[in-house]
Write a protein that binds this ligand. Sequence first.
Ligand code: FMN
Length: 375
Amino acid sequence: MKHLLSKLYLVLTAVFMMACSNEEVDAEPVDGGNQFIGSKTLIVYYSYTNHTEEIVADLKGMINADVIEVEPEEKGLDYSANNYAIGTEQLTKIKNNPGVESSYPAIDPVDVDMSQYNTVIIATPLWWSQMASNMQTFLFKYGQEMDGKNIGLIVSSHSSGISDVEADAKRLVPNGQFMSKSLWINNANHSKRKSMLEQWLLDVDYTNLSATTNNTMYLKINNNIFTVDLESNSSAEALVDLLKEGDITYEAHDYGDFEKVGELGYTLPEDNKQITTEPGDVILYNGNNICIFYGSNSWSYTRLGKIRDINTDDLKKVLGNGDVAVTFTLANPTFASLTRANSSESKMIYSINGTKLSQVPEKGFYIENGVKKIK
Ligand SMILES: Cc1cc2nc3c(=O)[nH]c(=O)nc-3n(C[C@H](O)[C@H](O)[C@H](O)COP(=O)(O)O)c2cc1C
C-alpha cells in the first residue's frame, strides 16, 4: 500500500516539480566546502640500509595500511662514503634554509592522495641525529596536506636518540596530531622490532585513533555532510559492509510530508520493530528503501541510525523540495562540512573530528563556522 501511494506521490511530485522548479531551497553548505578526510592509514618510509624497510614490513603485517617508499631521484649514492659526507652535506643545506624547496634533495615523484588517510605513520632512519634528508623532502612536499591527521613517527638509528628527528617531523608537519609517543628502534634492538611495534601500537592506542568506527557513517546531501550514529543491528552492519566497498548514492523523494525515501539499490536484512520515528532518523523500509525522516510516522521499520546534532528546520533546508541525491560514506569529514545549511546561528563549533562542541576548546584545533582555527 505504501508503495502504491509512493508511486502516485512520485507522479504528483514530478508534475509539481515541473510547475515550481524555481522554488527549490538553496541548500549550499555554509563553508561551501566538501572536504573529506579518509579513514585509511598510510605508512611512508625511506630506508637506505633496509632497517626501516624491515620495520615497515613487520608493521604492515600488523595493521591495515597503504605503504609508500620514498626514493631519492639520484640513484646509487653511497651515503656512508667519506664519513657519510653526502648525508652531512644534504642535512646542512636543509638546516641553512629549511623553508626553500631547493634545499631538499630531489625524490622520485610519489602518487599519493592524502585525503584518503586519517593516519600517517612516518618511518625514517636517523642521520646525524636528524631525519634522513630524503624523508624530509617528502614531508616538505606533503606535510601541509597532513593537517589534523594522526601522525606516528618511527625512527631507526644506530644508537643516537631521536628528539631532533621528532623536531624535524613537527617542523615539516606543523598541524599534524602527533601520537603520544614516537617509536625509536636502535640497531641493538632491531631484532626485537616486532614486539616493540606491537607495544607501541598499544601505547598510542592505534586502534582507537585510526578506527573508522563501524557505528558511524556520514550522509552527504548537496555538499552538506552529517554524521549518522548507527544502530547496533545486522541491518546497519550490512550497510557498513557495503560502504566499505565504496560510497553509495541514491535518489530520494518526499513521501507523506515526513520523509525523503529512495531505493538504495541493495537489499539489507531487516530488523523491523513498530516505532514512531523522529526527525533525523535514518530508516530501512522494506529491505531496500532508505527513509530520512524530517517528520514522524509510526510503522514497522528498521532503524539504521540517527543524524547527530540536527534540528528539523535545518534538516528540511538541506533536504530541500523534491528529488535529492543522498550519498552514504564511511569517510570522515575533515572540516566542518558538518555545518547546518544556511543556519542563522553565528557560531558553529566542531572538533577537528567533526564532533559538535558547545564552546571553543581551551587548547588545540577546532572548527568555527567552517573555518579551521587553533587556540
Ligand atoms: C648519513 C648517515 C648518517 C647517520 N647518522 C647516524 C647518527 O648520527 N647516529 C646514529 O645512531 N646512527 C646514524 N646513522 C645510522 C642509521 O641511523 C641506522 O643505521 C639506521 O638503522 C639506518 O636505517 P636504514 O637501514 O633504514 O637506512 C647514520 C646513517 C647514515 C647513512
